[in-house]
Each structure stands twice: as C-alpha cells, then as structure tokens.
Design a protein around this ligand. Sequence first.
Ligand code: PRP
Length: 173
Amino acid sequence: MKVGRTVVSAEEIDAKLAEMGARITEDYRGKDVLMVGILKGAFMVMADLARHVDLPVEFDFMAVSSYGYATQTSGVVRILKDLDREIAGRHVLIVEDIVDSGLTLNYLIKNLRVRQPASLELAALLLKDGLQRVTLDVRYIGFEIPPDFVVGYGLDFEEKYRNLPFVAVMEEE
Ligand code: PRP
C-alpha cells in the first residue's frame, strides 16, 4: 500500500479550521468551553483548531478503542483513558478527526451525556459520505469526503502517516 492522491490539502485544512474556529468562538462567547479530543486521531485537529478559537479553552482527552478484534467498528467502545475531570455543568465540545460509521461518537455522546454537561456538541474535520449507521448531529463539520480509506492529519494506516499535513487515499502499490 502507498499514499495516493490528496483528498484535502494542508491549505484547505488550515482555511477550514480557521472558519470552524471563528464559528466556535462566536457560538461559545462568554462561556468556558472544554474541548475533548478523542485519541489518537484527533491530536492534530485539536491542536490546530484550538489555535483558531479565541476563548479561554480548556482541554481534556479520551482514548477509546473498538472492543474485540473486528476490523470494522462494532459500536461497542472500550474506554482506554477517561477524562481527567468531571464535566457536570461544563460546555463540552468533542473533537474528532473523522466520522465513519458514527458508532464511536454515538457511544461517546451517550456516555458523556450521563455526566450532565451544560452542553455537548461535536466537531469533526472529516465526515465520510453515506457510511453513517446512526444519525449524528455533528455541529461543526470540515469536509465531507468519499468513503475511501484515507490517511494523514491524524489518520493512520497501521499506525503510520498520522503526521502527514494533508489527507490522502491509501492505494495499492
Ligand atoms: C477512528 C477515528 C474515530 C473513529 C471513527 O479512530 O478517530 O474515533 O475511528 O469511526 P466510526 O465513526 O466508524 O466509529 P480509530 O478507532 O481508528 O483510532 P485512532 O484514532 O487511535 O486511530
């Protein structure tokens, strides 16, 4: 396998995150927002998006993994690292690199909602067209992309390519 054609360039990502950051700044003005990144994929978008948010943001992270050995998300999510702090009464914005089946976020929303945050919204850089198995209300979406296997900007193939500053498809050699 090799990295093939670029789906979203570094320039496009930066411009989009600036737009999303400006909207978040506007929407959360006067509120303390807690951005929750879902590891590992979200580390890149979290860092770059947050730099476009002009508010006193706080950060926390969760690490999750699909349960078992299935190659596709089963919808059963195991929490490898939970939030460091309580979120009751907080304005929580979950940040993801990509929504594929939507099952990971669907689980996380249910899990976090029980903890009674003041608000709970989603931001994702990428949304794969037509693959969602659940209806998710993602408030901030960067790009809708075709359902190809993509890497870069936090997304991996066998743990590699997360550091690419753009998003590209993986192709056969
Ligand atoms: C990816 C991505 C989302 C999830 C989306 O994470 O970061 O968390 O898959 O898929 P879904 O919409 O079908 O649930 P992955 O499990 O690959 O872990 P990683 O972020 O550590 O690479």
